[in-house]
Design a protein. Structure first.
Lengths: 167, 257
């Protein structure tokens, strides 16, 4: 199934719970399958992301979505958080950093998080991100810059142990 | 206070600037320590974000969707359904076979990158060089009847060439590049804001990975009629593979003529 893994990863960032992500992807693939004949152009992946995103938006509208987004203040500088990550694996520094990073991405504003994830994790071009999010390219660029700056300052603040002034 | 060029610096980092702007921004970087620091930060952030292996969809979800789409495609008539499925969806239910193919491809990438690595590097190098001012084309034409004969005098191979403007891939021209010990043909296509170089040279039996990325550029390789084709671009995979499909069809049609 083309792009299922990518669609699932994206849904995970939107839904913030594995079960909701499952439902989201299933609904999106069904919609995509039914609408496939209407697809024009070659940007299948961006098109599929747009559908996942729309499914998420309608789930939100229907109030089916339980919001779980950690607040930045809670995510930052909270040592107990390291113990709440998934998986029983040995705590290596890398795994620890990875969990912290995921928390910080989760704490970004949703409109910032989606462009960041599409660019950095899924390697979409600006044009593809614009197609997936139905935003003008200029907006994609400025949101991406803000998302990266926010992530960077959160990361620096947290790894320094306490929030640090960042330009 | 942020430098006014910050967004263009980000675009350069993301490989989104066309050649002339890229040169301007690179010049700016020489004089602006703030933007150099920004570039380094962008690279560090990316390295962090891409350090973890990519998560995959749970197998159970894959099976569930496969069943759902099979049912959707034609309840009770699986054979006809499969026949009617558009190519994109074929194998939707065949998760196991697909995973096996992926595993094989992955094993190949892990086990045998060394032999093809220098050539892939050369390809990306040639692509990047071509984007520098006035390096893109030796012959500028949207007409295959101009470009194809030009190659006859300047390259060792005669590649499949056509203007696919209706499909979104406009033929821009051709160029001869020397690498892999021969005069390779480089056909240049424009797709939206992206330039795609299709390098064609004699296949030497060395297997190249079908899809590979390097330095942020995507490379799609295939062989047709004893010729090795490698398309290099910052365009997305889907866009690159669409051009590959068009050129493969063309090679088949040429072979029949």
């Amino acid at each position: 199934m083309p792009h299922l893994d990518a669609a699932y990863r994206f849904a995970r960032w939107l839904a913030r719970s594995p079960a909701e992500a499952d439902d989201l992807v299933q609904e999106a693939f069904l919609r995509a399958f039914r609408a496939f004949d209407s697809l024009r152009g070659t940007e299948v992946k961006a098109w599929l992301f747009a559908i996942v995103r729309n499914c998420h938006a309608s789930a939100l509208r229907q109030g089916m979505q339980r919001a779980f987004v950690p607040l930045p203040d809670e995510a930052a500088g909270e040592p107990a958080l390291a113990g709440t990550g998934p998986g029983p694996e040995q705590d290596s520094i890398a795994a620890d950093e990875q969990r912290r990073l995921e928390c910080l991405i989760g704490a970004l504003a949703p409109e910032h998080r989606e462009v960041l994830v599409l660019r950095e994790m899924e390697d979409l071009s600006y044009r593809e991100i614009a197609a997936a999010t139905q935003l003008p390219i200029g907006t994609v660029m400025s949101r991406l810059a803000r998302a990266r700056a926010a992530l960077r300052s959160q990361w620096l603040g947290e790894s320094a142990g306490e929030p640090r002034a960042v330009r | 206070m942020q430098c006014a060029e910050a967004l263009r610096v980000q675009a350069l980092f993301d490989g989104e600037l066309e050649a002339l702007s890229a040169v301007e921004v690179e010049r700016h970087l020489e004089h602006c320590p703030e933007c150099r620091a920004l570039t380094e930060e962008l690279a560090r952030t990316r390295a962090r974000l891409r350090a973890a292996p990519l998560e995959r969809a749970p197998p159970e979800l894959r099976r569930r969707i496969g069943r759902l789409l099979d049912a959707e495609a034609g309840a009770g008539a699986p054979r006809r359904a499969a026949w009617r499925l558009p190519p994109f969806w074929q194998g939707a239910g065949a998760g196991a076979a697909l995973s096996a193919a992926c595993a094989a491809a992955l094993a190949w990438l892990v086990l045998a990158p060394a032999a093809s690595a220098p050539l892939l590097g050369e390809l990306v190098g040639a692509h990047v060089r071509s984007l520098m001012p006035s390096h893109l084309t030796d012959v500028i034409s949207t007409d295959r009847h101009t470009v194809k004969p030009w190659f006859a005098g300047h390259a060792d191979v005669s590649p499949a060439v056509a203007d696919f403007a209706p499909q979104g891939y406009k033929l821009v021209g051709g160029r001869a590049d020397y690498f892999n010990g021969q005069r390779a043909a480089a056909t240049v296509y424009e797709h939206g804001a992206h330039i795609i170089n299709v390098f064609t040279f004699r296949a030497d039996g060395r297997a190249l990975p079908a899809l590979r990325s390097r330095d942020g550029y995507h490379i799609a390789c295939w062989t047709a009629a004893d010729l090795q084709y490698c398309a290099v671009s910052d365009a997305g995979w889907d866009e690159l593979q669409q051009l590959e499909r068009l050129l493969r069809e063309l090679s088949r049609a040429d072979a029949r003529d």
